[in-house]
Design a protein around this ligand. Sequence first.
Ligand code: M6R
Length: 621
Amino acid sequence: MCGIIGYVGPRDALGLLVEGLRRMEYRGYDSAGVSVVSRDGALRVAKKAGRLANLEQEIKVGNHHLVGTTGIGHTRWATHGGPTDRNAHPHLDATGTLAVIHNGIIENFAELRAELEHAGIELVSETDTEVVSHLLGRAYRGETGETAGDLEASMAAVARRLEGAFTLVAAHASEPDLLVAARRNSPLVIGVGDGEMFLASDVSAFIEFTREAVELGQDQLVVITPDGYRVSGFSGGEADARPFTVTWNLAAAEKGGHLTFMDKEIAEQPTALADTLRGHFDGTRVVLDEQRLGEDELRTIDKVFVVACGSAYHSGLVAKYAIEHWTRLPVEVELASEFRYRDPVLDRDTLVVAVSQSGETADTLEAVRHARRQRARVLAVCNTNGSQIPRESDAVLYTHAGPEIGVASTKAFLAQIAANLLVGLALAQARGTKFSDEVAREFEALERVPAAVAETLTRMDAVRALGQEIADSKAVLFLGRHVGYPVALEGALKLKELAYMHAEGFAAGELKHGPIALIEKGLPVVVVTPSPSAQPLLHSKILSNIREIQARGARTIVIGEEGDKTIAPFADFFVELPALPSLLQPLVATVPLQVLAAEIARTRGYDIDKPRNLAKSVTVE
Ligand code: M6R
């Protein structure tokens, strides 16, 4: 995915564009670029491979004269063509008077490129985006139809020809107070200011200036000028887009005194959980945010799939234990990227729970579409109000984790677990497998979790010291049983993505079926252990697993319940967690694993907010 920003208004555009890109750098950081339209009818561009800092340096030394009050900016996560200066956006048309930025993938770009080459156009980059800038330039010049001098009509004509996912924004030298954008399958929001307008992939880019926003719908086009905006469909005619007010402020999108966004987001977890629970229980019943499904329909559900990717998938694995236990419904948890390709058995009595922080992950979105085509009901658990996945779902439960900017998911993951548990309770109450007072008791237990997470956070100094100590290990293994198993998977994912280390998560019982061969002297092995009083059988089994690995020389790092005297003697390092009901333990057990991964990565000298090769959400399949 990439980050896009556009501005028209009275302010100097350049500083605002660069600042907006800084806030969206989590969306891609392979290269960045800006284009500004000046009052004298010139369109100027600066772009550079690498982080935004490289672009800023280029602007400083490059004499680009980026002076004007209309402009566009882009931060890229490369798909077509490597992260080079040439492939950086914006891309120009043949006359150099029109600039385009793009998020997504144009699937029919090869055929369009061939057409352009046939018409004698020379393309200078390897991107799919440059194809659009030339198509648009030709349309605007009137070379391909009746759209000469009309940027909006030109964009509509081009958008109709494109296949795939795209948000496109175009600026033209002859239109100093106007930008045109088109959207299909990629996000775009309009920021509505007073005498100024913004376009962005994410509201964080313009939150400093306005909290009034409009979410552009599928296959919609928008023209912005300082005085307003006009939305239409690709085939013309007015279209409706959804206005909303952003509920958080600039401080939420900044580091607030922390070294990194990830540190801040780890610290915010108690609040993220409390905010996610708030308003979702009315004293007797769990309340969803958007409910286009009747209770009768929920009652007839006979099978649940949770579909998601990465950390969101791990949150679904936790939910499986709770939903099956509370509802007696079979629950399958599927990687969204696999779901629609293996022909899952779905019908109108199947509930598909799509979990996504961003609400724009392409694999999850396509899984949702597949499920709906099979007439299954879809319930979205999402952190981004109005994003595509909730828009296409029958019911929505929003997590209220606030903006998550660090690429590695932390507070959103914990909020997803909490929200998934609420979905389980909603199903249990609809099916009558739990009475209201039982649902209330489960909810009360959930309400105690934010304090337990806050308490866990106060115990992290020793974990940070451990992280520094083991930072040069060649690998770390993670083991868990029951709900500790998804926690182990999440711990391993955090370490892989942040510290670029070999890390594997296993169900502890599987150890002796192969992975134990990996154990060697000094290898750090993190073991997530259940409560000795709540799950005595599992506890004794995992104790045996710990002894097996310790006997083979592993360094045992045990995450367990405070006061667990039986396990402590077998732990080379023991992280004591506040006691919680078994199904809620992942909400505290994940915290030390986040802190450990962050500290190992930091000690190895890596940028924990922007790990290499990654982007915050993946809008391509
Ligand atoms: O926005 P989503 O929740 O759909 O994103 C899913 C994954 O891409 C995401 O959780 C990813 O695995 C994170 N980088 C993990 O830290």
